[in-house]
Design a protein around this ligand. Structure first.
Ligand SMILES: NS(=O)(=O)c1c(F)cccc1F
Ligand SMILES: [Zn+2]
Length: 260
């Protein structure tokens, strides 16, 4: 039972209260300390190829807004780098803060970004469905991209314009012909480490690939994220902000870095 628990089923002498996965040893997010990362010359560049026609809809699930893709074909995939197989894009979403001094889940030498993009892929060579992959070793590959405030991101504007239609929890809107490649930085250097989902069930099935360089977006675009609601129509308005998890201990893990 990998679900989060409030108390471990350990012998009394090791009784410990933990608010995360039972016996979790590879939880996410983490602070990436660049000086402690290991340059691995065997890490090849990621091969990322997305088909905009696979883009289906945007859904406010009450945690974030997910842009969901048709994963019935093999057109939107990532492979290479630390990945043994090819992984299909299932959805992407973001995490952000109520204020500019917080928002990202991962940090670099304790540097926080105002937002972080997660492109979630699942191992379609080894598993039959996304839901199966979530609970399996090497099930998921998530590409993380930091967002910093600066110039407006032209590619993101089409997404921002659709957000008012998914203001409330459990709302969905059709969304098509969007290419997530526009949110991948031109520099393909990355860190990679074994981790978990950062939202329940926080299963330890994720190979994380964190891009070293951030992309830029504008204040108005971040404000549009902050105008979404955690709550469904008709309930008390709670702005969707600070939807990031606290950092987790590195424990017995090494973060590897590319030297591209
Ligand atoms: N935040 S995260 O990228 O770890 C994540 C989710 F939030 C939800 C599902 C899968 C997943 F990978
Ligand atoms: Zn996420």
């Amino acid at each position: 039972n990998l679900l989060a628990c409030s108390q471990t089923a350990k012998p009394a002498n090791q009784q410990s209260w933990q608010t995360q996965i039972q016996g979790g040893s590879r939880q996410s997010p983490i602070d990436i300390r660049s000086s402690e990362s290991v340059h691995d010359p065997q890490l090849t560049p990621l091969s990322i190829s997305y088909d905009p026609s696979d883009c289906l809809q945007i859904w406010n699930n009450g945690d974030s807004f997910l842009v969901e893709f048709d994963d019935s074909k093999d057109n939107s995939v990532v492979s290479g780098g630390p990945l043994e197989n090819h992984y299909k894009l299932k959805q992407f979403h973001f995490h952000w803060g109520a204020e500019n001094n917080r928002g990202s889940e991962h940090t670099i030498n304790s540097l926080v970004y105002p937002a972080e993009l997660h492109l979630v892929h699942w191992n379609a060579e080894k598993f039959r469905t996304f839901d199966e992959a979530i609970f399996s070793e090497n099930g998921l590959a998530v590409i993380g991209v930091f967002l910093k405030l600066g110039r407006k991101h032209d590619g993101l504007q089409k997404l921002v314009n659709a957000l008012p239609a998914v203001k409330y929890k459990d709302s969905t809107v059709e969304f098509s012909n969007f290419n997530p490649s526009c949110m991948i930085p031109s520099c393909l250097d990355y860190w990679t480490y074994p981790g978990s989902l950062t939202t329940p069930p926080q299963t330890e099935s994720v190979t994380w690939v964190i891009m070293k360089k951030p992309i830029e977006f504008g204040d108005d675009q971040l404000s549009a994220f902050r105008s979404l609601l955690f709550t469904p129509f008709g309930e008390k308005l709670e702005n969707m902000v600070d939807n990031f998890r606290q950092q987790q201990p590195l424990m017995n893990r090494v973060v590897r870095a590319t030297i591209l």
